[in-house]
Design a protein around this ligand. Sequence first.
Ligand code: FES
Ligand code: FES
Length: 921
Amino acid sequence: MTAEAVGDRPVARETAQRTIDVDGRAITLGADRLAQPLAETLRAAGVTSVKLPCGEGTCGGCTVLLDGAPVAACVTPSARAAGLRVRTAASVTAAGPGATLAAELARRGALQCGFCIPGIVCSSAALLEQRGDLDAATVRAALAGHLCRCTGYEGIVDAVLRAAAGTPGAAATRQDGRGKADGSLRYSADQVPDALVGLLLTSRGPHAHVTVEPGDALDVPGAVAVFGPGDAPARRFCTNPHVDDPVLAPAENAVFAAEARYVGDIVGLVVAETAHAAREMAARVRQVEEPLPAARTVAEALADGAARVQRARTDLPGNVAVELAFGADEAAVSAALAAAPVTHTSTVEILPGPIAALERPAALATWDDGRCTVWSTSQTPQVVRRRLAGLLGLDAATVDLRPVPLGGGFGLKEEMFLEPAAALASRGCGGRPVRVEPTRAQLGRLRRRHAGTITITSGCAEDGAVLARDVRVVLDAGGEVGHSGLVLENLLLLATSLYPVAVGRAAGRAVLTNTTSSAAFRGYGASEITFALETHLDDLARRFGSDPVEFRRRHVLRAGQVDPVNSWVVASLAVDECLDALAAAGDATAALPPGQTAAGEEPGRWRRGSGMSMFAIVTAASSAVHKDSARARCRVGAAGIVVETVVPDMGQGIHSTLAAVAAEQLGLPAERVVLCQAAAAAAPADEGTFASRGVYLTGNAVAEAAHRLTAAAEHRLGWPGGTLRWTNDGAIRADAVDAPAVPWSELVGLVAEAGVIAEDNGLVVGAQRVDVAVDAWTGRLRVERVVSVHDVGRVLEPALARGQVVGGVLQGIGVATTEQARHDGGVPLDVHLFDQAIPTMALAPEIQAVFVGDGAARGRLGAKGLGEAPMVGVPAAIANAVRDATGVRLTTWPMTPERVLAALEDPARSPSRAANAPAPP
Ligand code: FES
Ligand code: FES
């Protein structure tokens, strides 16, 4: 065992040094380390098996075993570990129950992004070492302090139980599973361990001119540099990197803002040798803010004479940044509604919430000989590469983004907002690597989910047939346009696609306010419009005395019909199968009937009911004016086939799925194919991982590349087309041709690349039934069961698909019932992970995943995407279930106990309408 020193200053040995045994390696502390968090000390010593999701003691992701007892290393002083034995996931999984647990977790369906897993492994191993006879309740209790944003916890609990029982699961192991379980997988934070620490400087007021001077920050030992607005290049950029459009994605950001547009806007950066020194520097920087008039709500932003949220946007007449309309003209819709025998109008309000992937977004940059290399948590590496080069005035060939796994993304990592700061800082520090990662609280002030109001009016015939529909939307963009234009566009398009009407229109606007910038989130636009539309339809069905399933069946779009938005013939849409499966599954799993009381409950206290909703999402970013595309490469490697893509895996298992696609197309077992995420500069062109496009776009590109590889091999060998067979014994054989088998080694290096262009948006449909219990005394809302049905065309990886559904449904429950990102006077309140209230194990209900499909989706695979779908319809189904249980229509998410109780006590008083909610456009 060797001892390594970790500390900032030399001090007397007898008082200053302590030793910690970390996974069998001795780490000696300097005195200045003793008060620092143990997690920082370990990571500074290169221990990457300890992750730091929150750094606030909330998530359990940094858990290590301190002399056998689980502790959160981010809030444990290093001094507490002096002289003790620290075990991380690395040693815990090396042998014994921990090794069994790691094997179980590595299976598909048990884990996803893996960022929470090393901490969970440590707590679980402690439990397994104490006792072997575990049940689910015991495991849940032991892991109650751990947060996982991806899995819905089901796979984790199952893995612990299997490890305890010694009954291995049946699902195959993920390619990245073992590294996630033992903590050895190197995320962005684990690259270049000796990188300088870049700590963001952020604004304190909702709208202000800001100057940043070093003050005496550079006197701090370990200080390296201070950057402020004066160090930013003149070029501006949009954090939404997808489109070149001055309206949808305007160049509105400086790298460091001189005009801060919300509390928490990025105004500068301090760079230091250590995190501790960076914090000290940030406290000493002279940051002066000159307040400007602010519009803190949508109502204020739309008022006459409102303060301008972005004073530099002289192209805007006010604070309405984006205004879009689709469908019939307004006069035609008004006339159709006026002529309809029955009209119904409803309004919902979406309150902002956190995005909350457990891995925070981060960027690490370094320069060498005029070339910039970035390790970024980006979901879109090639897009960011292009944008970053443009911003820095460089040829794209001199910028590269290196591949890293993502610890979750859920849309936030589509944005480019840290890479420019890291690149500038590194260049300013002589090319030394600089790593920029916001603290959890900074992230809570920087980004949130969209808020808004949606009003729908339907005009119906006497028999309930919907004749006309008008949809009006106001989104709160926050201080930047960012993704708001695309979120609004997606929302409006989906408003008119699933239930076509003869005369329909969807119009809306995204309004700038001096509040936290709104960012992309899983199913953006889709979940918001689904909440509005499916609660509206539920009320319509009641009004006409229709069964809710049959009412939807009567109006929904079907395969073979024309997509009313894009005029495409819909290739695949198994709506009737979805509704049939929902009805059948619902009957089989009916909750306690309404009005009945469960054992142990006070009579009359809990009210039970069921609700359903349908939804549609797109799985390709194609539209009438843009066609989404992807490329992939397959090559023959020494040990098997290698699939190359630039698409990152953010936990959904797309890498395992792409490898399985190639294996299926080549007729090989999955273990014969490995997936390699290539650097952005070298990889085939592909926009990345977002909008559930991985299978539909990149998957089909991989399938095509696999076929081309076979054709290329046949050509090389002079065999007729369609005769070559790859075999698992490492040889290539020809069917119906008199040719000797050829060893794979003769073809090593053979490459084929292929691309696909989506001719439609791969519309996916699904439905869910939710059973709830509502506590009439407290307003507590408990989701007891969910049946979640999805048409994905064809299911490629059942275990991964189920994992996506379970995790997505729990995320939908969180969005609908607990998660929040409130503001007060422009000041964000819920900036810490604890306050944001993402679901714990305690909230996870029984979830049944059902897959249907016609396998008729375009492309070789006959499959569509799934990633975003499972959460999209859940809030609407919960609201409909509450209506069923209580007779009260809740129209605001999140449906917190306060709102539920207020509605129960006074249904006439709308608990959902915020005082400042604006009138629809
Ligand atoms: S990182 Fe320590 S509890 Fe979250
Ligand atoms: S797998 Fe738990 S946070 Fe992603």
